[in-house]
Design a protein around this ligand. Sequence first.
Ligand SMILES: [Zn+2]
Length: 730
Amino acid sequence: MTLKPQDFKYVNYLWEDDTASQLDGVERLRYRSNILGADQRITNTGGGNTSSKIKMADPLSGEKVDVLWVKGSGGDLRTSTRANFAALYLNKFLSLENIYTKADVRGVKTEIEDSMVDMYRHTTFGLNPAASSIDTPLHGLIPFRHVDHMHPVSVIAIAASKDQERLTQEIFEEEVGWVPWQRPGFDLGLVMKEKLNQDPDLKGLVMGHHGLINWADEDKACYELTLSLIEKAAHYIEQHDKGNKTFGGQKYKSLDEKTRNEILIRLLPILRGKVSQSNRLIGTVHPTESVLQFVNSIDAARLAEIGTSCPDHFLRTKIKPLYVDWNPREESFDILIDKLEKGLVAYRADYASYYEACKHPDSPAMRDPNPTVLLIPGLGLIAWGKNKSESRVTAEFYSLAIEVMRASESISEYQGLPRQEAFDIEYWLLEEAKLKRMPPEKEFARNVVVVIGAGSGIGKATAHRVAKEGAHVVCADLSEAAAQATAKELIELYGVGIGVAGSGLSGCGPAIGLDVDITKRESIKSMFDNVILAYGGMDNIIITAGIFVSPDKQGYIPDDKWTLTYAINVTGPFLVADEAKRIWQAQGLKTSLVITTSANAAVAKQGSFAYDTSKAAANHLVRELAIDLSPLVRVNGLAPATVVEGSSMFPRDRVMSSLTKYNIAFDESESTESLRDKLAVFYAQRTLTKSPITLADQAEVAYLLSSNRFSKTTGQIISVDGGLHEAFLR
Ligand SMILES: [Zn+2]
């Protein structure tokens, strides 16, 4: 290669000899894969694969044999570890060609082709458990030591153009050949091998409607070849860039960010309700300049209809997006909703007729006919997925498709995959089998749960509990730092997922931390606005925020603290419910609200007027809200008692005043936790179950009340107090 690292303009050259030289063959492959996947201009999330044929000692004979290490099924090049690579005896893999060619009926989409995938397991080297992907023959049948198969925007642009073969010739000359679109599998591997037989000087192939594959006998050379081919394509495309005339020029003007967000905040819950009819979806908004240039353009409607090109893309993006032709500067919000509704009806009908027209006798049943990508002038791209990670991937894929169309339309004319081919990928039995093998979704996997008070105590424990069930958790707290600390813990536990997209808050992972002061309606509204921008809507709310102001010996607190107690314990949950109501009604999806009250609500005693009466009011608030929000939202109360462990409600001074009150001996030098333990043991003795009450006990019930296991329970207060007979509700 003549290009030096610093010469690359369109891709990042990341290879470092110092790093690579420390690694064994397999780790060098992992390294090469990670640095290729790190640049989205080289390949998309989850797309492409790499391989190396490495000499290794056979564990059975000790003899050196060639082992084909190739990125396995699933996973992602950027984040791949050694475990993501399958290992196959190369000679055994090559012997499969005999089995394949002996079949009477063979070729693309034949029974023998699909059955080959199971045969790869017989060739496994070293008990490697990684499953081989359908692209394995593309690597195994190419007689070079290293192979990269990428999905670069600039090469897909060529591969998705009307005159793709001519363009390949013009741009790459003799260096790279071209093969027409063919669903990946054993036959495609043979087609490529034959191409190479005919022209042994070929360094790679442009794969029609798909991507790029190239090879070399040294891994660094293979990496550099991949980069230089992509560089060459990108350079050619830039020279043909149409500037202002891109996508036929602009039809609509964008909105300023503030107006755009105001519209999105109104729109997203309505939209989420409409696309979540069969299954709840999580949203990602992606209004980048490039996306806006596309959605505002004259050609957007035409190009959106053609659909996405790369087969990897439309498994997520569906065959095409829904484009809503709305004038953001001239037309009202109501007109947008009207056009959206009509668009959705037409989209679903269109999807059903695509399914009917293309299905085979053994095709899986029709999947959710709702669009996963919506394009709206002025607003950008809105993507939906079964969780945040998936929805980010969907947004990423379609924004890459936009770049493919931009490039393809500047050098030629963009062409989608034929519908039947698209269908045969979307409803491929091998894909269906892969879906069936996936572990069942967790209970809250498609839910956004807002936990108010998540910075500490019961709220923090609850945030962890619902996250364990797969929830997207909004950790809200008066303290922004505490809220974000809990969210960070959850991200560290569950990971941020894959997919590189989402503007601002919408680029988030499965948890975010937001500050909220529930005594102020504006603060609550602003928190919910952020939840909508982050996830496209919300489901359950669990309020654990509360206040206990330590009274004097007569049970009194200052008047302003009395007011504050009511503001946090009663007015706060009401304001939260009242603000959430608009969003819940816009979505129209069934959900739940849990308000934390207290066993104190039911027991008249000396000592804490403000707290006890405020919690009694909160109990009744639960009942009134249950009536007001029915049938959409179930509302229940969780009534804890004396959770001392890690509770912000039991600061050191309250613990010490309680210990004094109950004549329990303690030393002022003892740690707060030790003092709390003493109090917890004392309290436990007053209960029927005689065990200290923990945060986990409370979190369990907050989660259960929110879940469908309690789908027929509303307006109830469930005590988690260890059994206090004075507090029995009747
Ligand atoms: Zn591919």
